[in-house]
Design a protein. Structure first.
Length: 219
């Protein structure tokens, strides 16, 4: 299935979004791989603490920028339900990737280390009504993205990749109740998500080189 929608776009638009998917997915995976297994005062002094949060935050923003490439194909199927689901998915992932993760990453990297444990807990409690739903956007968004792929797999996101997303999101969501440090479960899950997104970007470039498709992505 080619990546086409109802609006035209230039090949350069297509390519930069594909590169955004690749770079964003790789940075997201690397940043999470650098993250300590636990959130603690000791972890905040780790040599990789700032690099981890800056890397995966930048990766999240780039993934959001490239996201229309992944959702675009579902708008050309003539199936309104899939198109609507893809639109909701993109909105949720924008909120999770371009808002929640960068704000949280900045706070963890540059604000939290300057606060006492009591101050951090007070801020987290006060921010939970906003941070909780935004974090849920990330998890639910990727679950819906997988749902779109299961219902109508395309050249960028096939069913095996969707299965990886589902398993990763479920593991991340259950991490607090699983044995060991949360990072033992969340970090592999986030790395897997980043690699799935990066691979989608690689496939987009491959398809462009093979057929020079024109894609439409509303920003």
């Amino acid at each position: 299935m080619s990546i086409t929608t109802e609006l035209p776009a230039t090949d350069s638009d297509f390519r930069w979004r594909a590169y955004a998917l690749i770079g964003g997915g790789v940075l997201f995976a690397i940043g999470n791989a650098l993250h300590p297994l636990r959130h603690s005062e000791e972890s905040e002094q780790a040599a990789t603490w700032v690099a981890a949060h800056v890397s995966f935050s930048a990766g999240a923003v780039l993934m959001a920028a490239g996201l229309p490439l992944v959702t675009a194909a579902w708008h050309s199927l003539g199936r309104p339900s899939i198109a609507r689901l893809a639109a909701v998915t993109r909105a949720l992932l924008y909120a999770g990737l371009a808002v929640a993760i960068p704000i949280g990453g900045y706070h963890e990297a540059f604000v939290a280390p300057r606060l006492s444990h009591h101050e951090q807990h007070a801020i987290e409690t006060a921010a939970m009504p906003v941070n909780g739903p935004l974090a849920a956007c990330f998890l639910v968004g990727f679950l819906l993205l997988a749902g779109c792929a299961f219902a109508a797999p395309n050249t960028l996101l096939a069913r095996p990749a969707a299965a990886v997303l589902v398993v990763s999101v479920l593991v991340m969501g259950a991490a607090e109740g699983l044995p060991g440090a949360e990072g033992l479960w969340i970090i592999p899950g986030t790395i897997a998500v980043g690699l799935v997104v990066a691979f989608a970007g690689v496939r987009a470039l491959r398809d462009t080189d093979a057929s020079t498709p024109r894609a439409a992505m509303s920003s």
